[in-house]
Design a protein around this ligand. Structure first.
Ligand SMILES: Nc1ncnc2c1ncn2[C@@H]1O[C@H](COP(=O)(O)OP(=O)(O)O)[C@@H](O)[C@H]1O
Ligand SMILES: [Mg+2]
Length: 251
């Protein structure tokens, strides 16, 4: 088990960035509250990384820090995406650089149909995923293209929220508890779709309370505990390590 990720001295230089997405010694604060306390990890191109940990461990704060939302404030550290310094960017610039955050609350825009939600997300000219390609991936959205987005079921809204991120030309998908509140049969469907998205080359960070489901899908896992990385290794290792699961994931 590799408890601390191994970083070369030059990990903070774009030319030698060790992975597709690199978070290096990141410290994040909400006002005076010191939440993410110097975390480092790598995400390799095309993999699914599960970001796990108990409630309040700092998972959402980590995703919001990477997406440069401003709250939390990242006061120290570097974040590199495909040789681009996200840590020097505002959130809209990070979005253009290829970051796609799907927040927990899904944020479907009221008054717009499914298709309008997707069209609004799509950049011009559309070099991200085409709307037809998204309907192939999410047939339910195709069937409901004329329906107002906010009237969809919870699972369908989650699909729309993911599809909307893909409609931009993103390089990495950050999912914050996509299975929350959904029936197991819908979780199955979303999981299947996430596998298809991976097969098409997407890099994904998956934050989930449903750790077993996330680990079954993920290649690797990071476990956070009070804002620090306490495990960095393969998803299979976590599934096999009862002590680790019990101590940090309560499963
Ligand atoms: N907007 C905020 N202002 C102040 N503290 C916050 C805010 N959001 C979260 N926190 C605190 O940061 C810590 C980590 O929260 P969070 O990243 O949401 O955890 P997780 O997603 O792992 O459940 C918690 O102690 C939480 O209370
Ligand atoms: Mg959270």
């Amino acid at each position: 088990m590799n408890v601390r990720p191994d970083f070369s001295k030059n990990a903070n230089h774009a030319e030698t960035a060790p992975a597709f997405l690199s978070v290096w010694d990141m410290h994040s604060y909400y006002g005076e509250s010191y939440i993410v306390q110097g975390i480092s990890f790598n995400v390799h191109e095309g993999e699914i990384l599960a970001l796990l940990g108990r409630n309040g461990a700092g998972k959402t704060t980590t995703l919001r820090s990477i997406a440069r939302l401003g709250n939390p404030q990242v006061l120290k550290g570097e974040i590199w995406l495909d040789h681009q310094p996200l840590h020097r960017m505002a959130s809209h610039e990070a979005a253009v650089a290829g970051l796609g955050l799907v927040p927990e609350d899904r944020r479907i825009i009221p008054g717009l149909t499914v298709e309008e939600n997707l069209q609004l997300a799509q950049i011009q000219p559309p070099i991200g995923w085409s709307i037809e390609r998204l309907y192939d991936l999410f047939p339910r959205l195709g069937e409901r293209r004329k329906q107002e987005g906010v009237t969809l079921s919870g699972g369908e809204q989650q699909m729309l929220s993911i599809a909307r991120a893909l409609a931009r030309d993103i390089k990495v998908l950050l999912l914050d508890e996509p299975y929350e509140g959904l029936a197991p049969v819908i979780v199955d469907e979303i999981e299947k779709t996430l596998r298809l998205i991976k097969e098409q080359g997407m890099t994904t960070i998956l934050v989930e309370q449903n750790a077993v489901r996330a680990l079954q899908l993920a290649d690797r896992a990071i476990i956070l505990d009070t804002g620090s990385v306490v495990f960095d290794g393969s998803a299979a290792e976590v599934l096999e390590n009862e002590e680790l699961r019990h101590e940090y994931l309560a499963i």
